[in-house]
Design a protein around this ligand. Sequence first.
Ligand SMILES: Cc1ncc(COP(=O)(O)O)c(C=O)c1O
Length: 463
Amino acid sequence: MHMSQSTPSPVASPPPGRSPARGVVISTPIPGPNARTVIERDRRYLMTSTKTSPVVAASASGCWVTDVDGNRLLDFASGVGVLAAGHAHPDVVRAVREQVGRLSHFAGTDFYYENQTLLAERLAGLAPGSFEKKVFFTNSGAESVEAALKLVRYHRQRPIVVGLLGGFHGRTMGALTMTTSKPVQRARYAPFVGGGHHIPAPTCYRCPYRLEYPSCDLYCAKILKELYFHTSIPPEDVAAFVAEPVMGEGGYVVPPPKWHATLKGILDEEKIPLIDDEVQAGVGRTGKWFGIEHHGVVPEIVTMAKALGGGFPLGAVTFPTEYDFPVQGSHSNTFGGNVVAVAASLATLDVIEKERLLDNARVQGSYLLQRLGELARRHEEIGDVRGLGLMTATEFVRDRRTKEPAPEFRDRVVDEAVRRGLVLLGCGRSTIRYIPPLIVRREEIDEAVEILDAAISAAHARA
Ligand SMILES: Cc1ncc(COP(=O)(O)O)c(C=O)c1O
């Protein structure tokens, strides 16, 4: 790690089109004086939401963010997993500039423009399954989930949707009905939309049945048929099952092998479609276009957002053509498929292909997991290291034997890391996720791990 009080100079000459791996530069405490001013005014005027770190960005490039005091930080949060191609990728910037000067909005649900047709065609081809698909564009992950729930309710005329305890699907009322990753997200909002049921999630590190994989024989999937379908959930009333390929906000929980396949087998017997919520895992994060591709099953419906828009608000749902609405007006919006967001999206998908970022996510993701594993051998507070591609995490515990979550320790690590120039985000009860842009390089991972190592030691010293 490079820390300096003066103007930084590049430490390596970059390959063409990439910003250099310049190293972290900390010249004021974080937050610095300019950042403090912004934060004070923000607190005065902005609604309380989910802010955790006092980083006030001024500009960014690649995996690097410069704050309003001139500090240069390494971004392992990517705007919550959004910036697959990195900050300000020249191809994305060019596409947006060209588009915004020509046509910036035309209401793609009411009129026509070509680039949203091109993107819909492309997503229908990328989403798993060879069946005919259609696409609806949205502005966010929650709106994508909301649209998927409306599609299945309309098409199937059944009242129930089943999800996983710990899953996150967004905060609008329909999506929130299926979101159960933290009580604070649901407290004081009941009654929900109705029809939402949940079963325990496949969380091997904390198996709700206290079983061990593989001797458990995937009881956590089979229980849907063996217990729920015979008690509280009549299968003929189920419109859909919704699940993430890797539980994101709920703690970056990777399901065990064959869990999805076993679940899908049960759903297929009852002709219940699977809504695969790829809002966090999709568009390359796990080293495949969609996380579900690791699990070898084909979902009927896929929801996406975050990385899809290349930094602009854009979500989408892909679904079987026969689920389409038979009449106009049953569902729509104003900004979904905004022409500038679509231009950014098409450019981002091109960058992912051209720069082989799926391969990079797999290669760098396994290197990052290996490095996190090394940290786990030295820091007993790390109870678990897990991930798929560049969707990686460490879970912090008070005691490795009891696995008691250590949320305060986790928060201290995030705080110590940001003071040292590494931007991180928590998830679950006591987990930190590591989600750099998919362009991340090995030396950037080394620098992040070095900072994280120091941050964990500092958090330990503060305990
Ligand atoms: C899997 C999943 N679904 C839905 C959402 C909601 O997305 P948004 O915050 O864009 O509404 C999220 C957000 O983190 C998510 O991770």
